[in-house]
Every structure is written in structure tokens, then in C-alpha cells.
Write a protein that binds this ligand. Sequence first.
Ligand code: TXA
Ligand code: MG
Length: 325
Amino acid sequence: MNPDNAIHSAANLLRAGDTVAFPTETVYGLGADAANPLALHKVFEAKGRPTDHPLIIHIADSSHLSVWAQHIPDMAWKLAAAFWPGPLTLILRRHEQVLNAVTGGQDTVALRVPDHPVAIALLRAFGSGIAAPSANRFGRVSPTSAHHVREELGTKVGMILDGGSCRVGVESTIISLVHDKAVLLRPGGLSIAAIEDTLKQKIILTQAAEQKIRVPGVLSAHYAPATPMELHCADALFQRARHLSAQGCKVVVLGLGRASENDISDIGFDYFPMPELAEDYAHMLYATLRQFDRAGLDYLLVEHPPDTWPWFAVKDRLRRGAQSR
Ligand code: TXA
Ligand code: MG
């Protein structure tokens, strides 16, 4: 289908209360009309997601903020001006009109402007907010290509818009601004340092769980590949791999960059070099986990990335994937 026709059809499907999967710069979303309870119900059903888990409303630009939120603090306008469109989600006080199906019954709402031409064209054609979680089944790794969405949801989605592979590759950074402070609820595609620079203040890194805010992204079973996954620092990585393969286990090691000949000669396991730049690593993380999930491995051993800010989101996702076992 010609791209303009595809957008037109997708917008019509949304108006008719159906679901549309669409690309964003982070991951693919499973979209529905944010103001249509029956359409939202289809999203929860297709994902197998509990209905009390809130959804992000995607908007075409920040002029739509006041349609869905109220008592919007200056900080929000500043962040929107600096980073939208982009991988940042803001949690604000909800407008009364926002459906409980979107907010999970909370008095706050999540909003973001995605940075992808297909997503923006769809939002403009539709003309209103699109509620969209990542287009995967609940608890699974987010899709970063249209092919992944098809694998995850198949016929459970009205239409899939193909926008190629997602540039960022991990989900948006979620910042709550509801208590006059900026609180990080989920590390993601936008760096904390960039946000702090713009706000000229520190972001509070409290665990969302402690604040009793429902964020499925912080449940330990999230971002889980089906293959048992372990995170090890470089020293322990090859020792563990040798030990497991000596026991007859099929093992793949995801290392940072190329391994030395010493480490990988005569090893009995496969070594897969991941990028040494955090952005490149994030871009291919989920696709790589999917690829090895299909390989019938007993173990996926992952080298622990550096403890520096650019790796924050990747480390977070790896830790959850490893913890869920
Ligand atoms: O990059 C992304 O954010 C992608 C793309 C599609 O935009 N979306 C995404 O959606 O990751 P989802 O539903 O998989 O994760 C959104 C997170 C969830 O953990 C949800 O609990 C949280 O946002 N969230 C939504 N509304 C919230 C609210 N009012 N308060 C706190 N957390 C909220
Ligand atoms: Mg998700």
C-alpha cells in the first residue's frame, strides 16, 4: 500500500475503534483511540495485560498537552520544548475527561510526542490522542520491527504500519512531574543528564515501586526473554560459560566488543560481540534477545555493561531480563 493510503486507512481504523500497531523511535506501539473505552479494551486483550496498568497517550505535539493534563508545571513545558518529539514520557495530573481505562484509575496521565515520521503522520491524520503500550504480549520483550509485532500479536491487531527498525531500541524515559519535583520512573532512550541540564536540577531516582505507582516496567518479570539469561562481569563471564558448556549446556555469550583469542579459543560456546557504544547496543538489544530466544539455547550469558550514565537504560533492561529467572 502507498504510505499515504496506509496512514489514511490506519486513522480510519482508529476512528472505527480498532487497534493499529505503529513505529516510534523507541519501540513499536499498539495504538487505540485514547477516548474510546471499547478500543482500549482491545489493546489490553491483545496484549494480555492487566487492565489496571496505565497506558501512555501519544500526541502530535505539545499543544495537545492541556487536552489530557491539567495543572501542568513549567518544568513540563520546558522538557516538552527541549525533547519532544523524542523518547521522553511525562507523568502529569490528568484532565477529568481522561478515561480510567487509560490511567488505570490513577489521577495522573502519561504523555509523549514520538519522534518517528510514521507515528507523527498517523497522529496528525487521526487528530487526537493515541493510547499505546509497547506492541508485545504482556511481560515480553518490546518489538523493534514490524516483523516482531507480527510475531507477537499476529491477527490480534487491526493493522501494522511498517516504519523499519526503531532507531533508539529501548522504551522512553518516564519522568513524573506530579509532586513539583522531577522523579524518574523508568530509565530509557533519553539520558538523565540531558534532562537535568535542561531543568537545572537533579532528578530523583526513587524506585517507582516505593511510591506505589503501578508501572509494569518495574516488575521483575518484565522484559523477559524466554531463554534463561545471566549477567556477569567480564572476569566471571567466560568461566561461567566454560563451566556450563562442560556440562553439556548450549550457551551463547553476549560480550562487549570483540573477545580476545585467549578467551574464546577451544571454548565450546558461541561468542556474539555486542556494540561498545551504549546507543548502538540499545538499538539492537531486543532484536538480539529475540534472535537468541529462537536458537534453543540453555543459557544466554551477558557481559555486564559499564556503570556509566549512557548505559543506564540498557543495564536496567538486562537486569530485569536476568532477574526474571
Ligand atoms: O517508548 C515507549 O514509551 C513505548 C512507545 C510505544 O511509546 N511505550 C511503552 O509503553 O513502553 P508501555 O505501556 O509498554 O510502558 C509504559 C509505561 C508502563 O510501565 C506504565 O505503567 C507507565 O508507562 N505509565 C503509564 N501511565 C502512567 C501513570 N499515569 N503513572 C505512572 N506510570 C505510568
Ligand atoms: Mg511495554
